[in-house]
Design a protein around this ligand. Structure first.
Ligand code: UDX
Ligand code: UDX
Length: 444
């Protein structure tokens, strides 16, 4: 990315708390614009790695951005005192994972607020970037005042809309910036940071609660849209119609749009599952009927049964069969396996007694933490090895590498040429011409 316009004043020192998929992108990108940024994480190993210019997560372009700015405008710290006392604006990007009942775990956000209250040395603007339930800003404010009554600070909400795999591009070229605040001082600072030169896009300036709702409403709508096309896919399959053609036909209506109409085995990741569950909980807490989102969630859960049913139809007997699983990450161009559909498919196939050859360009190391190698699980170093001696291929993530696979050669290596395509990456007629039994989603 080119450095931002040098005309822009960059007289705020920024702190980023949490060097995860969101925090690391936020810190590196602002540093690239010319801000002095300290990125803090409570995990010392991550900071150690980052100081060596290495990233603990795979995100296209992130290591280049770190190496370009580290030591100049980008610094990594494992000291809360340093990040909080030296920053004017603090972006909170710690994780907010789901609790068993679906509510988000806000203990890391609270830990942050308590730490901040200890190191306040003058006015601070605290910006929520992590996806948090409505009214979290009020809780952060209450917590800081409880621990440090004389604290001089404002809270703002600036939700992220970064997609993993395109996070850096999404940061520099967002469709819009959403900022919610309760003071003129906070508004002035944020409009200076998100100025017209660095960010040429609409700015939605509102109050904190509205910004928090925009984030949840945005993510859950995208999840709803995907569950909608997956419901249509099941219908298409029954009536012998191609869901991708239907998606094209409806998506060309600008009111619908073609994006997020890709039928498949559903949505995973650290956001949609967590945010949809959190939003449903928020609706329940104020007695509003959010069953529309519950149905979207249930449709998504059922995608695993849909693909397993296809696998059984394709193989008849699953027990003892060798199945290559192509794709472990929840989506392409990331190593993130959080809530990845592939993980659920793997555990179900293991219960059926299958032998699995797992392959993913980036996510195998992360997957080994959950599914270590065993006599039923092997990790293949490349596509060819994953299909050698296999009775079927199950495609769970649409990596580009799979789309360009040499299916002639692949077929020679397999015992039976069967592909169950959970992401509709192939053209059915072509694959079938090559002699494969091909099972896509939502097609005749
Ligand atoms: C982020 C946001 O937190 C989440 O709300 C949004 O929905 C998705 O993006 P992500 O960046 O993926 O989540 O989180 P994660 O990759 O888990 O990174 C969080 C980082 O915060 C971790 O590196 C963790 O070590 C760090 N952390 C956590 C702290 O520094 N302090 C804490 O108290 C807790
Ligand atoms: C999402 C939102 O897009 C982003 O704005 C927010 O900040 C974080 O959550 P992310 O989860 O990184 O981003 O990836 P995304 O590209 O949205 O995909 C989410 C899931 O939906 C993936 O599992 C993907 O496979 C699935 N998906 C996406 C579909 O099944 N069909 C589609 O058409 C699009």
């Amino acid at each position: 990315m080119s450095a931002g316009d040098s005309m822009v004043k960059r007289n705020y020192k920024l702190g980023v708390v949490g060097a995860g998929y969101v925090g690391l992108t936020t810190a590196s990108a602002f540093a690239d614009l010319g801000y002095r940024v300290i990125c803090y994480d409570s995990d010392k190993n991550k900071i150690e790695l980052l100081r060596r210019g290495k990233s603990h997560i795979y995100e296209p372009g992130i290591e280049e951005l770190i190496q370009k700015n580290y030591g100049k405008t980008l610094f990594f710290s494992d000291s809360p005192a340093e990040v909080y006392s030296e920053s004017d604006v603090i972006f909170v990007c710690v994780g907010t994972p789901s609790l068993p009942d679906g509510r988000p775990d806000l203990s890391y956000i609270e830990a942050c607020a308590i730490e901040i209250s200890k190191y306040l040395n003058g006015y601070k603007l605290i910006v929520e970037k992590s996806t948090v339930p409505i009214r979290t800003a009020e809780w952060i404010e209450r917590t800081i005042k409880l621990y440090n009554p004389s604290a001089d600070f404002d809270i703002a909400s600036n939700p992220e809309f970064l997609r993993e795999g395109t996070a850096i591009r999404d940061f520099f070229k967002p469709d819009r910036i959403v900022i919610g605040m309760s003071s003129e001082r906070a508004k002035k600072i944020l409009l200076e940071i998100y100025n017209e030169k660095d960010f040429v896009c609409p700015k939605v300036v509102t109050d904190v609660k509205t910004a928090e709702v925009i984030k949840h409403a945005s993510n859950s709508f995208l999840a709803l849209k995907i569950s909608y096309i997956n419901m249509i896919a099941d219908f298409c399959e029954k009536v012998g119609v191609d869901v991708d053609k239907v998606a094209e036909g409806i998506g060309l209506d600008k009111r619908i749009g073609t994006a997020f109409l890709k039928a498949g085995i559903g949505w995973g990741g650290s956001c949609f599952p967590k945010d949809v569950k959190a939003f449903i909980k928020m609706g329940e807490e104020v007695q509003v009927d959010f069953s529309l989102l519950k149905v979207a969630h249930d449709i998504n859960e059922r995608r695993i049964a849909v693909i397993l049913d296809k696998i059984k139809k394709a193989l008849w007997v699953v027990k003892g069969k060798v199945i290559a699983i192509w794709g472990l990450a929840f989506k392409p161009d990331t190593d993130d396996i959080r809530e990845a559909p592939a993980l659920k498919i793997i555990s179900e196939l293991l219960k059926e007694g299958a032998k699995l050859n797992l392959y993913d360009p980036k996510a195998m190391e992360n997957t080994k933490q959950i599914f270590p190698e065993s006599e039923s699980i092997r990790y293949a170093e490349n596509l060819e090895k994953s299909v050698t001696g296999a009775h079927a291929i199950v495609i769970a993530t649409e990596w580009g590498e799979f789309k360009s696979a040499d299916l002639r050669k692949i077929r020679e290596l397999m015992i039976t040429p069967i592909i169950i395509d959970g992401r509709n990456i192939f053209e059915p007629a072509k694959v079938r011409e090559l002699g494969y039994l091909y099972f896509p989603i939502g097609k005749p």
